[in-house]
Design a protein around this ligand. Structure first.
Ligand code: GRF
Length: 217
């Protein structure tokens, strides 16, 4: 079976990219990463791609006047590599409607909160300030509104007494590294349908036990 050709777009250290690279090492995984693009030169994620022997390019947004020419260059770079689906993995630029429309339902993002709670930045500090007992992450199809769009999957983790934003971020990040490869697999297998701005996923097993925090005594 042909594997889905995926481009991963990053801005930083690329730990989620790494999780996708590890998953795609398995020849049975239904997606292959054909290109990594960073908008920031010299990032850790680019080094990870090179280490894994995956083509990596930099499209530096600072070399363009305005978002649209930058995004057109990004799309061109992805398409020249034959990319069919784009994963945003720590891409720290807002994308505009033209890019989103071009990649409609072929563009997924990971966000470090249980959307629709805490879209935007500083999610962990905001979750702590709100006193939530569960935090987590979301993989979703990208829509024009920032951090919105049909949800493919979510992972929840407990917020623990004494948590700092950094401690919570580290716990959520571990969950991200499990969730993103799972969601990409489901999408690449063609099992995820978008209907009425939500997703339906074929052939799922029974759900896991509820995560309750505080843990029942
Ligand atoms: C992750 O927390 C991701 O959810 C957010 O940016 C961070 C990127 O981390 N969008 P990394 O570059 O994948 O390590």
């Amino acid at each position: 079976m042909a594997r889905l050709k995926v481009g991963v777009v990053i801005s930083g250290r690329g730990s989620n990219l790494q999780a996708l690279i590890e998953a795609a090492r398995d020849p049975a995984y239904p997606a292959e990463i054909v290109l990594v693009v960073s908008n920031v030169p010299g990032t850790g994620g680019l080094a990870r791609a090179e280490q894994a022997g995956i083509p990596a390019e930099t499209v530096d947004h600072r070399g363009f006047v305005g978002r649209q020419p930058f995004e057109e260059a990004l799309t061109g770079t992805l398409e020249r590599a034959g990319v069919e689906l784009v994963c945003l993995a720590g891409f720290m630029r807002i994308v505009t409607e033209g890019f989103i429309a071009h990649w409609h339902d072929r563009l997924i993002n990971i966000h470090p909160s249980l959307l629709p709670a805490f879209p935007g930045l500083d999610t962990h500090a905001r979750a702590l300030a709100a006193g939530v007992k569960l935090a987590g992450c979301t993989v979703h199809f990208v829509r024009a509104e920032v951090d919105h769009g049909p949800i493919v999957g979510q992972a929840a983790v407990p917020v623990l007494p004494g948590d700092t934003a950094d401690a919570l971020a580290a716990r959520v990040l571990e969950a991200e590294h499990r969730l993103f490869p799972l969601c990409l697999r489901l999408v690449a297998e063609g099992r995820v349908r978008v209907a009425h701005e939500a997703t339906e996923i074929d052939g799922l097993g029974p759900p896991g036990a509820p995560l309750i925090n505080p843990a029942p005594e």
